[in-house]
Design a protein around this ligand. Structure first.
Ligand code: FES
Length: 315
């Protein structure tokens, strides 16, 4: 994966516990293009690699703009951003990838964002506005002080519906929202896992295939373990390894000294994607859509497992 050297050109507080970062090429060159919904992986000062959605206009080649929410008691990535990054610092960054791409020919778009989940949605609504597509955004936060990028949303007027839990006295009524959604809408949702699970599971005229999600972490309700073990054959090294029920493929490879790139270890970032030469995969990630999984010859080895007794991996 090619790597970029990016300088922090600007850094500012955006909302409570949310910081806005503007990154530019160290030599002032144009940055690789990205599509709405794309993210970049940043190497942080504490050694962690974390994925952050790009929220600026996709036509803006001079900078990448990110928003990072502080997760207290998290795995340390957001804490490093909030406490260790300073304007002028140079960070290593992978080129943008997109696991949350906008379907450009949808009839209409309904965006549902919660908290810092507004970041990929911002680049999407910029695209919809430029293309004169019909769209609506419902954006929920616990309080007004936590509504990030509010100033960016104001110009869109009535297309944007804001919901603050404390003012409404209740959480966003997702079931009602989805029940009322137009059948021909494509729904794009990003936010806390309970919000996305509710959008995914609610009865709605919108078909499940038209509901799209960007998971920042795996849903708490999902188990990532498997009841059965299986074998993996490594095509390039000729090694065969057993994957017991309590370990992931990634963990088995690490135990045997293989260095495989990873970041989230929860099936949400796509970093550990590995080619599959033979065998049937039990996809358990939150990156590939059902449509993408059809005939797919790759898998995310931090969470996905095997439906066949053996998988041959391109390793
Ligand atoms: Fe993130 Fe596997 S490490 S999907």
């Amino acid at each position: 994966m090619s790597e970029l050297q990016l300088r922090i050109a600007d850094m500012s507080a955006e909302a409570r516990d949310v910081v806005r970062l503007e990154l530019v090429d160290v030599n002032g060159q144009d940055l690789p293009a990205f599509d709405p919904g794309a993210h970049v992986a940043l190497k942080l000062p504490n050694g962690a690699v974390r994925q952050y959605s790009l929220l600026n206009d996709w036509r803006d080649r001079g900078r990448y703009v990110l928003g990072v929410g502080r997760v207290r008691g998290g795995r340390g990535g957001s804490e490093s951003v909030h406490t260790e990054l300073r304007p002028g610092m140079v960070l290593r960054c992978a080129v943008p990838v997109n696991h949350f791409a906008l379907r450009p020919d949808a009839t209409r778009y309904l965006f549902i964002a919660g908290g810092i989940g507004i970041t990929p949605i911002l680049s999407m609504i910029r695209w919809c506005s430029a293309m004169e597509k019909p769209w609506q955004l419902v954006y929920a936060a616990r309080s007004r002080s936590r509504l990030a990028f509010y100033e960016d949303l104001v110009p869109y007027g009535e297309r944007v519906h804001l919901h603050c839990d404390d003012e409404a006295g209740k959480a966003l009524p997702v079931a009602q929202l989805m029940a009322d959604a137009p059948r021909d809408a494509d729904v794009y949702c990003c936010g806390p896992a309970p919000l996305m699970e509710a959008v995914r599971d609610s009865a709605s005229p919108v078909p499940v295939a038209s509901r799209h999600f960007e998971w920042f972490s795996a849903p708490a309700s999902d188990s990532l373990s498997s009841t059965d073990g299986f074998w993996i054959d490594l095509r390039r090294s000729g090694q065969s390894l057993q994957v017991p029920p309590e370990l992931s493929i990634l963990e088995v490879l690490e135990k045997h000294g293989h260095e495989v790139p990873f970041s989230c270890r929860e099936g949400v970032c796509g970093t550990c994607e590995t080619g599959v030469c033979e065998g049937e995969v039990d996809h358990r990630d939150y990156v590939y859509s059902e449509a993408q999984r059809e005939g797919l010859r790759s898998m995310l080895i931090c969470v996905s497992r095997a439906l066949s007794p053996r998988l041959v991996l391109d390793l």
